[in-house]
Design a protein around this ligand. Structure first.
Ligand code: FE2
Ligand code: FE2
Length: 279
């Protein structure tokens, strides 16, 4: 059994500062990491799919290192549009894959139990949109060609559109080229992304794409044509990707907050459930 947690869009700020005035992203990220750390059974690894920082500030990376140092499992990082490839390589150099850069981008693969992670870098300098680029896509094609282990591909910018217009405008510009590379490879079980700050599941290139919500603030669900960019505090959550020979990859959305319960299931007095020997 392999269990991988996927969190995203921490938007950390220098200690004591909030994000966009209302969002205490530092506290919320700490909470999310605490929830993942407390899981039983423990996860085999944690994937953080970008926007670790809000401003690519060394103080924000320092806080990320501090929060991650409390975690006793491997942590795999990729940059988002709010980070930078250079900043992440410089400030997070002890994390797996950070030294494997080509063409200014960070991309690498790692074995996690029975699964394989391919981490891609969609950061595009000075832009909110994302791009993978020809060199990275050629590398991905080679990687997928020589290893048939069930694979999760992590990238910050989701390649499929969401219907949330202001976010779709800052999506992945070379999504069609990515679809061509990914489509023929049956071992690709998931594309796991962030950036949208919402829990979303969609198809892409015949695969399943899961978007984790932010650990902080969420983007308002507005499917109107010209909806304005707004955020709210719908509950933060993360994905738990569970893999076993029996189940294949199953993706559970898990909430950071604790809710009332658990309670036992009891039938009303005098009612017997079919197959229930307790009467
Ligand atoms: Fe974000
Ligand atoms: Fe983003």
């Amino acid at each position: 059994m392999t269990l991988i947690a996927h969190i995203t869009d921490l938007h950390l700020r220098p200690r004591g500062l909030t994000c966009y005035r209302f969002s205490d992203t530092n506290m919320l990220a700490e909470r999310a990491l605490g929830a993942v750390r407390a899981l039983d059974p423990k996860v085999d690894a944690l994937i953080v799919s970008g926007d670790l920082t809000d401003r690519d500030d060394p103080r924000e990376y320092a806080l990320a290192r501090d929060l991650f140092s409390r975690f006793d499992r491997p942590i795999y990082l990729i940059p988002g549009n709010h980070d930078s490839s250079e900043g992440m390589r410089r400030e997070m150099r002890d994390f797996p894959g950070m030294s494997e850069t080509r063409d200014g981008k960070i991309f690498y693969s790692a074995r996690i139990g029975s699964l394989r992670l391919i981490a891609l870098d969609s950061h595009l300098s000075g832009q909110s949109q994302g791009e993978l680029g020809d060199e990275q896509l050629a590398w991905l094609d080679r990687e997928l060609g020589h290893d048939s282990t069930p694979t999760l591909i992590a990238l910050h910018h989701p390649p499929a559109l969401s219907g949330i217009s202001h976010m779709d405008k800052i999506g992945l510009v070379d999504a069609d080229a990515l679809a061509e590379v990914v489509a023929p490879h049956a071992q690709v079980e998931r594309l796991i992304c962030g950036h949208l700050h919402r829990p979303i599941i969609a198809g892409f290139a015949g695969k399943i794409m899961t978007l984790a919500p932010s650990t902080g603030h969420q983007v308002v669900l507005d499917l109107s044509e010209h909806g304005p960019p707004m955020f709210n505090f719908e509950p933060p959550a993360y994905f738990l990707h569970y893999h076993s020979d029996k189940t294949g990859v199953v993706s559970h959305l898990a909430y950071v907050e604790n809710f009332p319960g658990p309670h036992h299931f009891f039938a009303d007095p005098g009612v017997t459930w079919p197959g229930d020997e307790r009467g």
